[in-house]
Design a protein around this ligand. Structure first.
Ligand code: PMP
Length: 300
């Protein structure tokens, strides 16, 4: 689980500002209507500790551009300008003994119902322990993922996390670390901040994003790791009952990495041999021990 900190600086309005001065006006559409889109990007120290690298920076920039476009938020930064902004805050807050993650958020600062919208890219950066995620317990929420025409799940917008928050609160009361949200057809969509991987008969399965999940960058990486090891990987709709009979279960995403599900509802899961192997391979790529073309590492 990610614990939020209060770092010394944030990146705002094109420069570093002290944390307490990184504020947004109460009149901003970002606050009044929750108009913002964002990314979560992870930085890992290389295995030999020589430098820290950001994972899949370009794919995150591209998805932020798509989110901004779909949400009608002006975002004119080039990839290089975006990367430089990320480097600025990371270099300021970098600590040799910690990995980190950054949250670039494009906030709507001015505008009215989409007219004369003015945005700013704000980046916050948080240190994290250098360790693989602990196994988790997982339930199924009564809250559902909306359809594309209700609240487009393809847009990584703040608004999309309203449901996730309700679902997390519900799940926590029941003693689960996280919960699966089903789509409007009652099939598996995703967890509150990550995608779902299940193993059946030696194949790794995940729902396609049209089942109401974010277009995940990590799932693409896992797919390519599977391809390089000859492990069958399929994107297909997953029924709720398949969660209960799965041989293995895990959640995956940039910050979740690959979190093995040890308990699903009241069931203790069998040992996740295949998904643990994928998790180890994922970390080998993240720390530069192995190469993966879908997991480009940008040294800071
Ligand atoms: N679904 C949701 C709702 C998420 O917040 C995330 C994390 N960004 C994911 C899936 C996984 O996406 P990614 O692998 O690109 O981090």
């Amino acid at each position: 689980m990610v614990k939020l900190q209060k770092p010394a600086f944030a990146f705002m309005n094109g420069k570093l500002v002290p944390w307490d001065e990184a504020t947004i006006h109460v009149g901003a559409p970002a606050l009044i209507r929750g108009i913002s889109v964002f990314e979560g990007i992870k930085g890992y120290w290389r295995h030999d500790e020589s430098h820290l690298a950001l994972v899949a920076l370009r794919p995150h920039y591209d998805r932020l551009q798509r989110s901004a476009m779909l949400q009608h938020l002006p975002f004119s930064m080039s990839y290089q300008e975006f990367a430089d902004a990320c480097f600025t805050i990371v270099r300021k807050l970098l600590s040799q003994d910690r990995d980190l993650w950054i949250r670039p958020t494009l906030f709507a600062l001015e505008g009215h119902w989409g007219i004369d919208t003015v945005t700013d890219l704000v980046i916050t950066c948080y240190n994290q322990e250098k360790k693989a995620p602990d196994p988790i317990s997982l339930g199924v929420s009564t809250w559902q993922r909306p359809i594309d025409t209700a609240l487009p799940y393809r847009i990584k917008s703040a608004a999309n996390y309203q449901m996730g928050r309700l679902a997390r609160i519900e799940g926590r009361r029941q003693g689960f670390h996280d919960v699966i949200m089903l789509n409007q057809q009652g099939r598996v969509a995703e967890a509150t901040g990550s995608c779902v991987l299940i193993v059946r008969d030696g194949a790794v399965l995940t729902p396609p994003s049209t089942e109401a999940c974010l277009e995940s960058i990590t799932v693409n990486i896992i797919e390519s790791i599977c391809a390089s090891h000859g492990i069958p990987f399929h994107r297909r709709p997953i029924d709720r009952t398949e969660l209960r009979i799965a041989d293995e279960l895990a959640l995956t995403g940039t910050l979740t990495e690959v979190a093995i599900v040890q308990h699903f509802e009241d069931r203790e899961m069998p040992e996740a041999r295949l998904l643990s192997h994928l998790r180890d391979e994922y970390f080998a790529c993240a720390r530069g021990l192995k190469e993966n073309s879908l997991m480009p590492l940008t040294p800071v």
